[in-house]
Write a protein that binds this ligand. Structure first.
Ligand code: SAH
Length: 262
């Protein structure tokens, strides 16, 4: 059982790297603009180092944490938060049980072992998530924010930036964590675009982007073979490009072309 002195010992399989630098925790809390929502969901609060700064803000803070021991710690130390602690796996839990169709922001010092999956789930819920901020391993944070032409530009970059303006904010060294991760960390902020409905079929857009990047060295003419495109369409110069050369707008354009191909 948790008592007030008890600290949670980090569990590797849950990606637990606890922040020990209060300034950085506060700085991550301050990445939220607090515009366009009244509720915030923190993923993976651990012992609440970031949570306490969220609780000072003019928003209702919820946390979702998979680790029973961390949850016991939070319940013992943050009495006011107790009714809004969700002891679940973020990837599996149906958040509409708590938020119904309300908007909420997401933030956190995320578990790095499931970084991409967290982003993909947030993208699925984009209609409810006007803002997403937080910390990933630097390489993932950079990838999400990178532009066409960059080596790390890929599925995460295109799908995220189709719906969100992405900004890489700052880098955090391993030394401020317990235990320290092997890599640098990076904090980012995603703000949903005012008009985030794509002018093309969104399901097809996801499929085109994923398929194109599965073979990122090939031209689109080759990587998109499974779409059975007409020769006429494949003669379009866009198909001579590789996926990393295409901006988000061009991926949308490409999807529209494929949609209209007969
Ligand atoms: N925010 C804390 C802890 C970060 S470590 C801090 O900065 O100190 C990542 C946290 O995510 C851990 O507490 C871990 O238990 C939690 N976690 C890991 N997988 C999770 C999942 N699928 N759903 C919810 N929380 C998860």
């Amino acid at each position: 059982m948790a008592n007030n002195q008890h600290q949670v010992k980090a569990k590797k399989h849950l990606g637990q790297h606890f922040l020990k630098d209060e300034n950085i925790a506060k700085k991550i809390g301050d990445t939220l603009t607090l515009k366009g929502y009244k509720k915030v969901l923190e993923i993976g609060p651990g012992m609440g180092v970031l949570t306490k700064y969220l609780l000072e803000k003019d928003v209702e803070t919820y946390v979702i944490e998979i680790d029973t021991e961390s949850v016991a710690y939070l319940q013992a130390h943050y009495l006011n938060l107790a009714p809004r602690i969700i002891e679940k796996d973020f990837l599996k839990y149906n958040l509409s049980e708590v938020f119904e169709d309300e908007s909420f922001a997401i933030t956190g010092n995320f578990p790095y072992n499931i970084s991409s999956q967290i982003v993909f789930k947030a993208l699925e819920l984009r209609h409810q998530i006007p803002e997403f901020t937080g910390m990933f391993q630097k390489e993932v944070a950079k990838r999400i924010c990178s532009k066409e032409g960059s080596k790390v530009y890929g599925i995460l970059s295109v799908l995220t930036q189709a719906f969100y303006d992405a900004e890489y904010l700052f880098t955090v060294p391993p030394s401020v964590f317990n235990p320290p991760p092997k890599v640098d960390s990076g904090v980012l902020r995603l703000i949903r675009k005012t008009d985030y409905n794509l002018p093309c079929n969104e399901i097809l857009f996801f499929k085109v982007v994923k398929t194109a990047f599965q073979q990122r060295r090939k031209t689109l003419r080759n990587s998109l073979k499974t779409f059975n495109l007409s020769d006429n369409l494949k003669a379009n110069s866009i198909f001579g490009k590789r996926p990393e050369q295409l901006s988000v707008a061009q991926f949308i354009e490409l999807t529209l072309l494929i949609e209209k191909d007969v």
